[in-house]
Write a protein that binds this ligand. Structure first.
Ligand SMILES: Cc1cc2nc3c(=O)[nH]c(=O)nc-3n(C[C@H](O)[C@H](O)[C@H](O)COP(=O)(O)OP(=O)(O)OC[C@H]3O[C@@H](n4cnc5c(N)ncnc54)[C@H](O)[C@@H]3O)c2cc1C
Length: 410
């Protein structure tokens, strides 16, 4: 079996993992990033999303600065260079950055290519992890039928679902399927006859009708509609069961086609339209939440709580995609933000394993806020920096009380 070694292994090349890998490499430690698929940015690429959330304060005035500095701010700047016309937008009570998934891929590629201490293994999945000799991990990687073993001093789990930490024996919470947030599957449609703003109401309305007539499955009553970049283009986001059934991607695609055919019958705007893209797979909003040394709660978020070991700021509301009622929002007080402590990315009882992104130590409700991309990027960067700090010094420098200055950018 082929053997590899590195100081820091990042598993998962979503927005959190890419930021963790860049930050670790910039800190000078030998870093490997492994990603199961051929693309980077995870849900941020494969989900056909249009906005990066969690970047800004929701105050009275239009935000100029991102809430988190460092890499998050840098990525936003690079995205703006690629698409100067895409500027901050207000949607209801929040501010978001429109983006194009291709631009995000290119920004990540440029940043990753600039790193000398970093190796990226695409189409490679981590399938097992065991404690190795001394304070190391042995991680098994599978790629196109080939198995490799990698020895790493520090592992950062950025798999979204906490795959690696769970395999390592970490405690985790996973909401029962009937309480879990709904997953999503998007389709992009081109060739709408005309830009009719009422489609944002009509499409969800007709989806509800189709569900009531048993043409479409139940959760599709929570379908949303938004226009794309050109006036004849739109995105339709379908809600799906948050359960990983073997055929769920095929079923989502079949339902997308049924929905599209139905819209063609009831809405003249869709008669000449075609489906020009879909999500790569059904995308989960909620999976395992790995148990850390602190569990961030709804109360922390709504009270805009601050922490001495804070590593990231967020003002995104608790946005829950509820199975019975659709999207529910609970807002951070206007103009305020809460902080995420370092203890949310540690793994209880394990020193050389960190988490970042969607799978950190938060409650079911708190995840509704922390899971957005802007926050996942900041968490990824901090996990990469903290991991590198551990490799260099043997600790996270918290005992010395200088964590605040070390991890904070602001
Ligand atoms: C339907 C939907 C709509 C959303 N809309 C928005 C939005 O509009 N704006 C916003 O900001 N956020 C949105 N989000 C949330 C956001 O996109 C995600 O929570 C965020 O991107 C998660 O980033 P991540 O890096 O933690 O995980 P992921 O994006 O899930 O990335 C994890 C990566 O790890 C890889 N991986 C997993 N297991 C392994 C393994 N064993 N070995 C190797 N690789 C592995 C996966 O292939 C994946 O690429 C949405 C989420 C969903 C599901």
């Amino acid at each position: 079996m082929k053997q590899l070694s590195c100081d820091l292994l990042v598993v998962g090349g979503g927005v959190a993992g890419v930021c963790a890998a860049i930050a670790a490499s910039r800190s000078g430690v030998r870093t490997i990033l492994v990603e199961r698929y051929g693309y980077l940015a995870g849900t941020g690429y494969a989900g056909m999303l249009q906005h990066i959330c969690g970047l800004y304060l929701n105050g009275e005035s239009f935000p100029v600065e991102t809430l988190n500095g460092g890499l998050t701010q840098e990525i936003v700047g690079l995205l703006k260079n690629k698409a100067p016309k895409k500027s901050v937008q207000q949607i209801g009570q929040v501010y978001v950055l429109p983006y194009c998934a291709g631009d995000l891929q290119n920004v990540f590629k440029d940043l990753l290519d600039a790193e000398n201490s970093l190796t990226i293994l695409r189409n490679t999945a981590a399938t097992a992890i065991v404690a190795g000799y001394g304070n190391t991990w042995n991680v098994t990687l599978e790629a196109s039928g080939e198995t490799r073993n990698i020895a790493a001093t520090m592992v950062v789990d950025c798999t979204g679902d906490g795959d690696v930490a769970a395999m390592a024996g970490a405690a985790f919470e996973l909401s029962p399927v009937d309480e879990r947030q709904l997953a999503g599957f998007s389709i992009r449609v081109s060739g709408l006859e005309s830009r009719d703003d009422s489609l944002a109401i009509k499409v969800p309305y007709y989806c509800t009708q189709a569900v009531e007539r048993n043409i479409l499955p139940a959760f599709m009553k929570f379908t949303t509609f938004s226009f794309g970049e050109s006036p004849d283009e739109c995105f339709i986001k379908m809600s799906r069961e948050g359960k990983n059934a073997p055929d769920r991607d095929e079923r989502a695609l079949a339902d997308a086609q049924a929905l599209f055919a139905y819209l063609g019958q009831v809405l003249p705007s869709f008669r000449q339209a075609v489906i020009t893209g879909t999500s790569q797979k059904v995308m989960d909003r909620e999976g395992r939440r790995i148990g850390g040394d602190y569990l961030l709660t709804e109360d922390d978020i709504l009270a805009a709580r601050k922490f001495p070991d804070a590593i990231a700021r967020n003002a995104w509301p608790i946005e829950l995609w509820d199975r019975a009622r659709g999207t529910l929002y609970k807002y951070v007080p206007r103009g305020e933000y809460y902080e995420i402590p370092f203890r949310c990315i540690t793994v209880k009882g394990m020193t050389n394993l960190l988490t970042a992104g969607r799978c950190i130590s938060v409650s079911h409700a708190a995840l509704g806020s922390t899971r957005v991309m802007g926050t996942c990027m900041a968490l990824g960067e901090q996990a990469g920096r903290a991991g590198a700090c551990f490799i260099r010094t043997g600790n996270f420098q918290f005992a010395a009380g200088d964590n605040h200055e070390y991890f904070r950018h602001n």
